[in-house]
Design a protein around this ligand. Structure first.
Ligand SMILES: [Cu+2]
Length: 257
């Protein structure tokens, strides 16, 4: 019975902006293989330095609130774990991000890639590299408050993992990349919550004919977002939004080749 009662209660708390619990990206899967991410609730000494680690370190489940924070890139601190590995994946494959009991219902989600310039992501400063967006989803139907966002739709609440699948672009140049998953939750009035996590990818391709996006798709974190963007600093409960059924996802266009 408890399990049946808990989800609506948490959903209600989330809508009221009172929920203390946040979260993040726990695991990745590719073609049935699971990769473990960092877990802020576990001892960091048992995770940092482990060869199986594929995700950058994030020490708190709390959101990033500022578009100018250096931690907007890959959470706090977003540093690499020494000796960490990368997720092997081919262009055209599906990378699935796994969350457990994601709680917030409102706001857009996006996935970004950044090529690691030296051929290794180990020493990359996530604030200094160029990122491009390969996927996004926002409001699917209805109005901003009561409508269905992808952020709500991907939640399961039955013990099954919340799955967020994204295809690696088929024409992408192979190489070492950082992947950045971001959930932006906007259920609190004019107080956006960013939940970014990053992992290392080793993207392969049968030939070397891949490309990178042209100018106009490249962004920095911080830098990709404006503080006063009406899609970010927003009060979704305002009367003017009562009948609004469209929402512009911030961060510019996706490169969806
Ligand atoms: Cu939260």
């Amino acid at each position: 019975m408890a399990a049946a009662i808990l989800p609506p209660l948490l959903a209600l708390l989330a809508v009221l902006g009172m929920a203390a619990a946040h979260g993040g990206l726990a695991n990745y899967t590719v073609d049935g293989t699971w990769y473990r991410g960092f877990d802020p609730s576990e001892q960091s000494t048992e995770q940092i330095g482990q060869p199986w680690m594929v995700q950058r370190v994030w020490s708190t489940i709390d959101p990033v609130f500022s578009v100018s924070s250096p931690f907007l890139a890959c959470n706090t601190p977003g540093t690499p774990s020494p000796g960490m590995s990368s997720i092997p994946i081919r262009v055209g494959d599906i990378l699935t991000a796994i969350y457990w009991y994601w709680l917030h219902p409102v706001g857009p989600m996006s996935v970004w890639l950044a090529p690691c310039p030296t051929g290794s992501c180990a020493d990359v400063d996530v604030n200094q590299i160029g990122w491009f967006k390969i996927w996004e989803a926002g409001l699917l139907e209805g109005n901003l408050v009561e409508g269905t966002w992808y952020q709500k739709q991907f939640q399961k609440w039955d013990g099954e993992p919340d799955e967020w699948p994204v295809v690696i672009p088929r024409i992408l140049k192979p190489g070492m990349y950082l992947v950045r998953h971001e959930i932006l939750s906007i259920h609190v009035e004019e107080k956006p919550q960013f939940y970014p996590e990053c992992a290392h990818l080793n993207i392969t391709k049968e030939d070397d004919n891949g490309v990178l996006p042209p100018d106009g798709f490249w962004k920095r974190f911080p830098g990709a977002y404006e503080e006063d963007d009406p899609s970010i600093k927003i009060n979704i409960y305002a009367e003017k939004y009562q009948n609004t059924t469209n929402y512009t996802i911030p961060g510019g266009p996706i490169w969806d080749q």
